[in-house]
Write a protein that binds this ligand. Sequence first.
Ligand code: KG4
Ligand code: ZN
Length: 357
Amino acid sequence: MAMNGLPELLDISLRVTPLHPVDPSTVVLGIETSCDETAAALVMGGKDVLSSVVSSQVDLHAAFGGVVPEIASRAHLELLNPVIAAAVVEAGLEESRVDAVACTIGPGLIGALLVGVATAKALALTWGVPLVGVNHLEAHLYAAFLDDPELELPLVVLLVSGGHTMLVEMVDHGTYRLLGQSIDDAAGEAFDKVARFLGLGYPGGPAIDRVAVHGDPAAVAFPRAMLRESLDFSFSGLKTAVVNHVRAHPEVATEHVAASFQQAVVDVLVAKAIRAAGAVGARGIVLGGGVGANSLLRTELMDACERAGLRCHLPSPSMCTDNAAMIASAGWYRLRADGPTPLDVGAHPNLRLPLAL
Ligand code: KG4
Ligand code: ZN
């Protein structure tokens, strides 16, 4: 009888597969289901992307103006097995070549996460390979290593997604220090809320990005909150400023409002990232998270880094938004550092970035 009262054969927490050496030839299957993308990828050695398949549920949620958790879970259930099969085929490998299965265990929507976690456990058990539970936020940091595995540490990571806006010092693999974060809305949340208010639809970030190209970023002088104070961010006042301005000046074209809003967000993100890099003596800045796909943020961060003598690491837009290659990469590093995750691991909707400092 195991400690928890279960007969040993049924107690899967005891069934941790012995770990083979984790090396550059180790192939990890990554699974991502934390929100509205169903994704699977095979990555070798934490850096070589053999395949990356992302099935977006955008069309399913668009009619509701945002992600509906129950619809997301059901869609993951239907899509995940075919997406994994497609990732294996795209990689051109036999399933038997997979050395470990990594999945997002949080943060995210509980029902959505559970689909990925249960599937990953089933595959790890069936194939007799280790499971690795991955923190989605840590995985966003690893997207940059897929493009450039030789990144020099320490680095400052600007992590800007739908749920988080953070400046993190990556001191070493797995060793992070939080330098600043949003005290209210995340940057992506601000993009989504403003886009919805402007009638630009969902998802809001890409919609504003597209429309802003035709607008004048200096048309409206929106506030740059907390620009000179600390390394924290605040975006809820900016969102209110957009609403108030549009109500007072309905004649101003939407593209000008969108461009001015986008410029205000980008100005603050870039200024604080550069300041953070100076404060900790970082050699470069890494961009991560869905807002990292924003075209203005990418060009302005690149220019600012060049002026400041810093290296700028911009993962491709498809590696900034949610994908499973970043999960497999972070999984490889976690497996090497900590070994396999016990199979009784759960899903953790509010998981935080593991801060060691
Ligand atoms: O990292 P991500 O794919 O999912 C989360 O972990 O949250 O980020 C999604 C967020 C959404 O708020 C979306 O509107 C935003 O990233 N986003 C963008 C762009 N593409 C995605 N925001 C601004 N410009 C974009 N091009
Ligand atoms: Zn994400």
